[in-house]
Design a protein around this ligand. Sequence first.
Ligand code: NAD
Length: 492
Amino acid sequence: MTVTRATTADVRRYGAYIDGSMTRPGEHVFRRENPGTGDLVAEFDRGDEATAAAATASARRVFDEGSWSTASGQHRARILLRLVELMRRDSEKLARIEADETGKPIRLARGDVQGSIGLTEYAAALALTTSGEVHTNLGDGFLGLVTREPCGVVAMVTPWNFPLLLLMQKLPFALAAGCTAVCKPSELTAGTTLEIARLLTEAGLPDGAFNVVTGAGSVVGDHLARSADVDFLSFTGSTAVGRSIVEASAGTLKRLSMELGGKAASIVFPDADLDKAADGVLFGVTFNQGECCVSGARLLVHEDIADEFVRRVAEKAASLTVGPSTDESADLGAMIHEDHLNQVLGFVDDARAAGAEVVTGGERLTAGALADGYFVPPTIVDRVAPGSALFCEEVFGPVLAVTRFSSIDEAIELANAVQYGLANSVWSTDIYTALTVSRRLQSGTVWVNTTIDGAPQLPGGGVKQSGYGREMGKVGFEEFTEVKTIQIRTSV
Ligand code: NAD
């Protein structure tokens, strides 16, 4: 295990990014320590309302003057592809910043950078190829045009679990459409968002077309929700904060997109390839140490195979490595902070007290290189009661809640018996079972014989309390546009 300690000289200090340059950090800052080592890695300016107002005014001015919003699709595509080149050049630096601030293993952070590059390439392709509609069948003497205009200034409020990847599910699509933007990243993990702002300036984006303000959600995020300069607010985060943004923004009638919490189920039928399913279920719940909105946090398994299947998942879990972000071999990193660690373990303790069986894990890891961080091992809790907190609530840690079912109908009922509807996975080699279950699951995404997968072409988003709106894909791009109808009388 390689653990490299940071020194004070490594601490990155950031201000806000407004009008194409970084401001000096003010007197009040957020100090960020790597949650796996305790090392100070970054300081972010604690932005106030005035900083947020300057950023939105900048994005508004640039949008209205038209240097970006009326630029050709070819020009926008070129700038985005230049960003792709710069992200490739700086990919290791971006991955290190992401790993330092989130505590996720460096290998995962590298994957996030590659995923972000793929999203930007796809958005560039959309910028170049999108067109409107022409209607020639409206009757003699009429022509109809349906155009797509950029929807204006977009505010992006993002969480700490995938700071770069979740930004890039929004930003290149918004820029491809001709929007300008202001981002309020999580106060814990703002580094890569600020680095992207720098790279976009280097790529040739007009100054002010993308601005970043760091700070508290209740100050900067709330300002963006209420701001009349913002036309569309695209939020990714918890359901509770999503609700407060809906309320705060109501007076402005701005458009909203809400990517909120989840409690995905992996549903395993006896006819599945059980070894592959066990790998998938384990990956689903441990990916990004479970700090993932689409984490496969519940295992619904047929009673005929349940004992054997749980044993197999537990056996595989024992081979995973938990370590600090610098550990090249780590599969799971640290929890984002100590309160979150305690909350995750609290869910396990409560389930145990209520009669569930902790098969493996469930206790904080503190040995050796893990002593200074907030580490939770892969944890499997069997015989979790439907309706209990561990079954219903988002834990956001590597904790698998196992519940058994005896029929397809019961599996579907259990999967849908939570307030969330972001994603689910079905494991079966029977086409009838796989499709029947997929069609009846209440979630924005269903994976069949795979999990936490995706591609830039495929939209993602939620139903029920997981929110509304879609990101990625053509549909995600179109969210950043307004449709305009132009009807023309062509003869007098
Ligand atoms: P969070 O809701 O606490 O914070 C998200 C962002 O909102 C942060 O930037 C925060 O500063 C800001 N914020 C906080 N209070 C605010 C307010 N009153 N007004 C405006 N902004 C405010 O979420 P988190 O803890 O950073 O991230 C974890 C949550 O994000 C989980 O619930 C997870 O499921 C969700 N998430 C959802 C998706 C998805 O695509 N659906 C993806 C990743 C994470």
